[in-house]
Design a protein around this ligand. Structure first.
Ligand code: DP6
Length: 315
C-alpha cells in the first residue's frame, strides 16, 4: 500500500488449561486435538515490522539485535518467508516482550500472534480475528490462541488445509481468577515443544489415549467455566497437565522436564490443598510451575510461595 512504511501488532501470552501436544500436520501446525487457554492480560508481545533494504532480515528483541542464527530470529525469518512479495524482500522486526522473560511464560505464542497482526497492519489486509488466528498458527500452534483475551478455545478442525482450525474467545469473564508463576529454572529447555510433541506422537504408546482424554477434559473445563466452579477448573487443568507430562515421560527416549524443585512445588500445592486452600497448578514443556487460585486466596498463596509472580488475566 503506497505510503505505508511499517506495521504494528500486540498480543497477550497464554497458558493452556487443556493442552495441545501433537500435530496432524507439521507444516501447518494443525493439532491432533483442541485445547483451551487463558490469556495473560497485559503480559505479552508487541511487534513493529518494517520492510528494509537487506541484505537479510534484522530481528530485535527488547532493543537488542538477535543473532540471525538464534532460535527466535530463525523462526521469525522462516515465518516471514511466507509473506515476502519478492524473494529478496527483507524485514526489520522489533519485538518487545512485556512477559518478564524470567517469569517462565512462553513468549513465542504472543510473539507470532503480534507478528501476524503487524503483517496485517503493514499490508492493510483487514483480516478478521479468525483469519489472524489461522495466520499466527503457521508460526507456532499455541499462537493461534493469542489473538484474544480471556478464555480461548482452539478448534482442532478436520480440513487438510486448516481453514477450520482457529481459536475463538469463550464468552465468560472471571475477574477473580489468578495465575501465579513459580520460576524454578530459567535455563534453556533440553528439548523444545516442537520436537518433543513430534517424538511423543511417533513413539509414545499411550498417545492413542490422549485425544479421548482431551475431549473429556475440554467438556469438563467448559462446564467449570460456565458454572464458575473454581475447584472443577483447577482439578481439570492440573490433571490434564499431569497427563501431558505422563505422555512425555512415556515417549522414547523419555522427555522429563520436571526438576527436583518442580516436584517439591507440586507436593507443596497438594499439601496446601489438603489443608483446605483452593490451589492447583499447571505446567508446560519446562520445569516451571504455574499456580491457579482465586484472588481471595492470594495472601495465603504468597505466604507459601514468596517468590510467586501473580497475574490477573481479566484485569
Ligand atoms: C506444552 O505452540 O510451542 O505449551 O506449534 O510447534 O510452535 P509449535 O508448538 P508450541 O507448543 C505448545 C505446547 C504446550 C501446550 C500448549 O500451549 O497448549
Amino acid at each position: 500500500m503506497p505510503g505505508v512504511t511499517h506495521g504494528v501488532g500486540r498480543a497477550p501470552a497464554n497458558i493452556a488449561l487443556v493442552k495441545y501436544w501433537g500435530k496432524r500436520d507439521e507444516e501447518l501446525n494443525l493439532p491432533v486435538t483442541g485445547s483451551l487457554s487463558i490469556s495473560l492480560g497485559r503480559l505479552g508481545s508487541a511487534v513493529e515490522l518494517k520492510p528494509t533494504g537487506g541484505p537479510t532480515d534484522a530481528v530485535w528483541l527488547n532493543s537488542a539485535p538477535l543473532p540471525l542464527n538464534s532460535a527466535f530470529a530463525k523462526r521469525a525469518s522462516a515465518y516471514l518467508d511466507l509473506f515476502r512479495p519478492t524473494p529478496g524482500h527483507w524485514y526489520e522486526v522489533q519485538a518487545r516482550n512485556t512477559v518478564p522473560t524470567a517469569a517462565g511464560f512462553a513468549s513465542s505464542a504472543s510473539g507470532f500472534a503480534a507478528l501476524a497482526r503487524a503483517l496485517d497492519d503493514l499490508y492493510g489486509w483487514g483480516l478478521s480475528t479468525r483469519e489472524l488466528s489461522i495466520l499466527a498458527r503457521l508460526g507456532s500452534g499455541s499462537a493461534a490462541r493469542s489473538l484474544e483475551h480471556g478464555f480461548v478455545e482452539w478448534q482442532a478442525g478436520s480440513e487438510p488445509d486448516g481453514m477450520d482450525c482457529f481459536a475463538e474467545r469463550v464468552a465468560a469473564e472471571w475477574p477473580a481468577l489468578r495465575v501465579g508463576a513459580l520460576v524454578l529454572c530459567s535455563d534453556e529447555k533440553p528439548i523444545g515443544s516442537r520436537e518433543g510433541m513430534k517424538r511423543s506422537v511417533e513413539t509414545c504408546g499411550f498417545y492413542r489415549e490422549w485425544p479421548g482424554r482431551v475431549a473429556e477434559d475440554l467438556a469438563l473445563l467448559k462446564r467449570a467455566i460456565a458454572e464458575k466452579d473454581f475447584a472443577a477448573l483447577g482439578a481439570v487443568a492440573e490433571a490434564n497437565a499431569l497427563a501431558m507430562h505422563a505422555l512425555m515421560a512415556a515417549t522414547r527416549p523419555p522427555i522429563v522436564y520436571a526438576l527436583p524443585e518442580t516436584v517439591a512445588a507440586m507436593r507443596a500445592v497438594w499439601a496446601a490443598r489438603e489443608e483446605g486452600l483452593g490451589l492447583w497448578f499447571t505446567m508446560d514443556a519446562g520445569p516451571n510451575v504455574k499456580l491457579l487460585f482465586d484472588a481471595q486466596d492470594e495472601a495465603a498463596v504468597r505466604a507459601r510461595f514468596p517468590a510467586v509472580q501473580v497475574v490477573a488475566p481479566f484485569a
